[in-house]
Design a protein. Sequence first.
Length: 46
Amino acid sequence: VYTVEVRDRAAGELITMNVYVGTWRGVIVGQDDEGRPVAEGLCTAC
């Protein structure tokens, strides 16, 4: 498990996200309008 922390400077907010790694395939390809991660379309578990 890795922990990623990103600070939204405009809002002064710290955002923390746990990233689990292993033998599965899951790819974050972007971010939606609310700042949430968007997974690759082939990632059926998300």
